[in-house]
Design a binder for this molecule. Sequence first.
Ligand SMILES: [Fe+2]
Length: 346
Amino acid sequence: MPVSDYQLIEAWREVLTLSRVEPGQTVTILTGAATHPQTLACALIAAQSKGAVVNRLDLPPVNGEKSLSRDALAYLGETPLTGNRAAIAALKESDLVLDLMTLLFSPEQHDILKSGTKILLAVEPPEVLVRMTPSLADRERVLAAARRIERAREMRVTSAAGTDLRCPLGEFPAIAEYGFVDEPGRWDHWPSGFALTFPNEGRASGRIVIDRGDILLPQKSYCTEPIVLTVENGYATSIEGGVDAALLRDYMASFDDREAYAISHIGWGLQKRAYWSTLGLYDREATLGMDARAYDGNFLFSLGPNNEGGGTRTTACHIDIPLRGCTVSLDGADVVRDGKTIEGQA
Ligand SMILES: [Fe+2]
């Protein structure tokens, strides 16, 4: 169902308030070929209504010929900012960048954040943005989970389907994504609601079973038969199963990059307004699948880069896989049990 401009403007105003936008600050809205026109129009009005100096910076797409899908998260490589000094300067001079284009995992983004500029990514369809307008309660819940990760030395994940993964922790920080940017230099994604970190380099080991009904992203498909990943020394060394496994192997092989198989971020979903079933209601090109990443109690792991967490691994291939029905424990204490977050622990 569509949402009204009024609803979306009010949602933007709430996000801008949570992001501490003050009169006279500079807000730059970064747009591209796939920017949703209603989201842009409402962001422009909301930012002006907060008294901000508002710019729009529209950049042409790149990587179209390399990416195998239209999903903006499917191919991580050069961005429209690569070598674009004028655009980088404009963004560094802004207090807040509203990224309606999808600028992810690039050195230029890190550079802009280091200058103190805040960046908020918002590219999901308007009705998804409105449904998952973030709140201070979301922030508290996700930060509590991030603090639990920060203290832990091992994350273990098990499931009735056969997952048994051990990830030593401590080399990388815990990251909280709660949907707004309330501190200088912060990046976040509206909508979200999960806590994550990365396993110590080369140390994740065990077995991951992607069960029937689990979701692959950017494939945006529900698995129809189990896929079994063997994880050794931080990498998925085999991907076994039926057609779903073969499709995943074929897609990953197209990148011809060993680093694509590394275990990347690990964590769990904490957003109760996100749903496992939502992805099935959408055309694949209409959404990034943030419901799938954020729904409460999933174990979200990924394959690919760790530069987002301060590591050195970059690869154009990045796959996010939220699993249902897992038990996630930190140093032996469950934070998610059989796919349900344990209140007080998370
Ligand atoms: Fe990811």
